[in-house]
Ligand binder design. Structure first.
Ligand code: ADP
Ligand code: MG
Length: 916
């Protein structure tokens, strides 16, 4: 990496000058005034890397410099001495600061950004030794980002606070409150839950940063869980103080009491207050526009634990990629906010059939109205990310393009509102359309009138206010531009008067404007009569520079006109920003409405493109999917020109009052068992999220908890054996699944010895059937389990069909009633390319094994339940002739009839015989 190092020359505390001074200094322990300032600011922010602004760089010193240079691969230099030792230093140029911040945050660092709070010239006026005033303006942490460059536009970035309360009476389970807020969009949610639900909520929101009290962070009960999360920040108890929570929260929102938001428990208020306090601390008092906290009723969303989310690859694949996940397969949104909302809905499907129907109505509306859908999507695609621009403007971090984003977003909103105003629209669309009208049209008009067509990134670059908007600004600009023309004219005149054609008027930051001529021509300007006009300023190798009274006067005029123009522009910026901030609530409502419409139209688009149908979701425990497909696998197969085989799944109760059923799915490897299991789980997620589903028909009794487990998944990173993981996860299901849950178990018991595995799988199925009484799909390679269907009345067998063809296996991917007759393991191995000799040998061994008595132990088990363990005969051992001889001799001995000497001799003889 390049060592970009060039501190601004006009800095009072020029580091190089400082360093030189330090070298000549005898008493090297003296601390320079600048270092003194640095050390003081650093001491106030000990847990952050300090980005210390010096001119065009953020510099880091001491250990910070060493850490950052290692993390960022930038050159470590040194600068002066502190207490006799070199001071390590490294820096990043401000224009690339975002990029470096991004990398440091991703690596888990926190950064305090310390700015110059005054013009260095001001400091100079106080005397040569004074230091530019500096202050930390912001702490950058993973959970409190707002910049587009630091954020993924398609994902929320939540800050979560976890608080633990006392166990409620009659239970010894501690209660937790969780507050989640995204300062880049203003979303703010609260929940109170138990330990298990907490883990599943955290898995759902995937917070960028979690804050907890120091005490909780050290608590042995939760520490392992907290340590497993990506970024956890322990904070002092004042942040988590319950007594002051309500006051802190109401003061943030400037309301009299928290009743304004609804009723919250003390625990929830504490978590919410911790969040806003942390936001105020990291934003140094600025208050990003948050929605008032809203509570999600417990049970309002489908509970999906972390393992299930990972397994079903809802948001990302097991490999960590978005591509290949459910959300990637169905996301047809055209705005970033829509994409975030869709991800939220997939992460947290609903459980209330009426609320689900409301979403489905909106999707259905757009599937019917295809022309309107096209128009709406086209308009949306041109709408910018209102929510994030708004947050930046409120935090005084916005630029002219953020104002333009508000302008364009609001006009898109007004336009869409006009198109979605007919009667008889579905509820969700009517509400959204009303919210689109929330902002006063005058705001968009004001922004349109004020902003120029081409906008700079930073407001300090100026030039973003449309000419003709404000007369005073036009005047200052005219003066500035006019003066520049006057300079050009002056250069022409001077060239003429001196006869030096190559005479130029140039500008730099040190000298300002100057006349420059080559060394040969310089003599003329330094002798009469021209030396009366030209005043020598600087001699370089090839050039000599001069100034003149006239040039000096012009320069002052230009500088003041330019300053005045910029000053006026910045004033206008602040005025516009204030107008936006005043309308923040309405803008946020419109932004959310745009997202809602985007999601509905996008789900309609995917439904049509991929032949999804509207699911029927009701309050029962039925589950009947006709012609179901796996949305991700289907797309993958289609892209290779293949076609996916649709399959039915019916777990509905056999009678109206009964419970849902359990299907045991058998079939060889590669037959499509895992795909079948997952597609049914994904159809539930989609349906309850309010999407159409990949099936010909789907009727689903609302699922309260969804579980999915795969046997022997690798989790070496967390240092647990795969089998241990499998069992921990299975235990969670058996302990938590209710009669409204759907459980998907894929080859549980694979990670241990055959009989262990079979026994565990067996007992687990019985438990699901008798205790949990849930709907379940259980794929297994233990064919013995199919015998259970005779014993358990709500259990039935299905199998994935294969055909044998000239000794090879052909996968039909078709699910039918019944059990697989065998595993076809050798045929699959052949397909996989095992050497022919190995295949032949395996066939031979299999033949021998099959010829032996293979009466399935399972058949007996079913009759003898639950006493099956002792029934399983140990595998037979082939007889060894030596052992037989020893046994025979041993049997012939009669110890009562032997002298000690005889006994000893017999022992030697036995040992001899045993050796052979
Ligand atoms: P199993 O779990 O039985 O070993 P998988 O579910 O992993 O089998 O499926 C193996 C492969 O078969 C998948 O990668 C997929 O490409 C293909 N497949 C599975 N189900 C179907 C289907 N219904 N239609 C077409 N191809 C399928
Ligand atoms: Mg499988």
């Amino acid at each position: 990496m390049d060592a970009l190092h060039k501190p601004a020359p006009d800095e009072t505390d020029d580091p190089r000058a400082d360093a030189r001074a330090a070298e000549t200094r005898v008493a090297e322990t003296r601390v320079t005034p600048m270092m003194e300032q640095y050390i003081e600011i650093k001491a106030a922010n000990p847990d952050c890397l300090l980005f210390y602004r010096m001119g065009d760089f953020y510099e880091m010193f001491f250990a910070d410099a060493e850490t950052a240079s290692r993390a960022l691969g930038i050159v470590l230099t040194k600068r002066g001495k502190h207490q006799g030792a070199d001071i390590p230093m490294c820096g990043v140029p401000i224009e690339r600061a975002d990029e470096y911040l991004h990398r440091l945050i991703a690596l888990g660092h926190r950064v305090a950004v310390c700015e110059q709070m005054e013009d260095p010239a001001e400091a100079k006026k106080r005397g040569g030794k004074s230091v530019v005033r500096r202050d930390v303006v912001r702490l950058v942490t993973p959970g409190t980002l707002t910049e587009d460059t630091l954020l993924d536009s398609r994902r929320n970035n939540f800050l979560a606070a976890i608080v633990r309360g006392k166990p409620s009476s009659g239970s010894d389970d501690a209660r937790f409150a969780l507050a989640c807020l995204d300062i880049s969009t203003g979303e703010f949610r609260l929940t109170e839950c138990d330990r298990v639900r907490l883990a599943s909520e955290i898995a759902r929101v995937e917070p960028g940063e979690v804050i907890v009290s120091d005490a909780l962070y050290e608590d042995p009960d939760v520490a392992p869980f907290l340590r497993s999360l990506p970024a956890v920040t322990p904070l002092g108890r004042d942040v988590f103080d319950g007594a002051s929570a309500e006051r802190r929260l109401t003061s943030y929102f400037a309301v009299a009491t928290s009743d304004a938001f609804g009723t919250f428990s003390r625990l929830e208020l504490t978590a919410a207050a911790a969040c806003v306090t942390y936001v105020e601390r990291t934003q140094l008092g600025k208050r990003p526009p948050l929605s008032p906290p809203s509570r999600e009723a417990l049970g309002a969303t489908l509970s999906i634990d972390a393992a299930t989310r990972a397994n079903l690859e809802l948001m990302k694949t097991l490999g960590g990629e978005r591509r290949g996940s459910l959300v990637a397969a169905i996301d047809r949104t055209v705005t970033a906010a829509g994409s975030r909302l869709l991800a939220q809905r997939i992460a947290a499907p609903l459980t209330d059939p009426a609320a689900i129907a409301r979403r489905l109505d909106a999707v259905e509306f757009f599937t019917r109205e295809s022309i309107l859908r096209g128009v709406v999507r086209e308009k949306l695609a041109a709408a910018p990310d209102l929510a994030r621009s708004l947050a930046r403007i409120v935090l005084a971090r916005g630029g002219p393009r953020d104002l333009a984003a508000i302008r364009d977003g609001l006009s898109a909103a007004a336009d869409l509102a006009g198109r979605l105003s007919a009667d008889g629209l579905p509820d969700e669309i009517t509400t959204a359309s009303r919210d689109l009208r929330a902002p006063d049209p005058a705001l968009a008009e004001m922004l349109s009138a004020a902003l120029a067509d081409e906008l700079p990134l930073q407001k300090r670059d100026g030039g973003f206010v449309r000419s003709g908007y404000e007369p005073a600004l036009d005047e200052a600009r005219a003066l500035r531009d006019e003066s520049r023309r006057v300079i050009a004219a002056l250069q022409a005149r001077y060239a003429d008067e001196t006869g030096i054609r190559a005479l130029k008027i140039r500008h730099n930051n040190v000298l300002g404007y100057f006349v420059e001529v080559t060394a040969q021509n310089a003599e003329r300007l330094m002798t009469p009569p021209l030396n009366a006009t030209f005043i020598h300023r600087q001699t370089l190798a090839g050039q000599v520079r001069f100034t003149s009274t006239e040039l000096g006067a012009l320069e002052a005029k230009i500088a003041s006109a330019a300053d005045r123009a910029l000053g006026l522009e910045l004033e206008i910026f602040e005025r516009l920003a204030a107008a936006v901030i005043a309308a923040a609530d309405a803008v946020k409502a419109a932004a959310q409405a745009l997202a809602v419409i985007d999601v509905a139209a996008a789900l309609a688009a995917v439904a049509i493109e991929c032949r999804f149908v509207r699911p029927e979701v009701d309050g029962g425990v039925g589950f009947c999917i006709e012609g179901g497909r796996h949305p991700v696998v289907e797309q993958a197969i289609a892209s290779e020109g293949g076609s996916f085989v649709a399959n039915d799944c019916d777990l509905s109760p056999m009678s109206d009052t009964g419970r849902g059923r359990i299907a045991v799915v058998t079939g060889p490897n590669m037959a499509g068992k895992s795909t079948y299991l997952r597609q049914n789980a994904l159809i539930v997620v989609l349906a309850q999220a309010g999407s159409f589903v990949p099936a010909a028909r789907a009727r689903i009794g609302v699922v309260d908890r969804l579980f999915s487990r795969v046997g022997a998944a690798d989790d070496l990173a967390r240092g647990r054996s795969t089998f241990m993981v499998e069992m921990v996860e299975t235990a969670a299901i058996l302990n938590q699944a209710s009669d409204r849950s759907l459980v998907i178990l894929d080859e549980i018991g694979r990670g241990t010895a055959t009989y262990d595995g079979l026994s565990i799988a067996w007992a687990a199925v019985e438990h699901l059937h008798d205790r949990n009484r849930c709907r379940a799909l259980f794929a297994t390679h233990f064919h013995e389990l199919t015998a259970l269907a005779n014993k358990l009345d709500r259990l039935f067998n299905i199998t994935v069909r294969v055909k044998e063809w000239h000794g090879d296996v052909v996968f039909l991917h078709e699910v039918v009633a019944g059990a697989a007759d065998r595993s076809y393991g050798i045929q699959v191995a052949k397909l996989a390319g095992l050497p022919p000799a190995v295949i032949e040998r395996a066939k031979h061994v299999l033949g021998v094994l099959e010829a032996e008595d293979r009466t399935s132990p399972a058949r007996k088990l079913v009759d003898d339940l639950p006493l099956f363990a002792p029934r399983i005969a140990p595998p037979k051992v082939a007889v060894d002739p030596h052992a037989e001889a020893v046994m025979k001799r041993l049997a012939e001995l009669d110890p009562d009839d032997m002298s000690p000497r005889d006994a000893l001799e017999a022992l030697y003889a036995l040992k001899q015989a045993a050796r052979g």
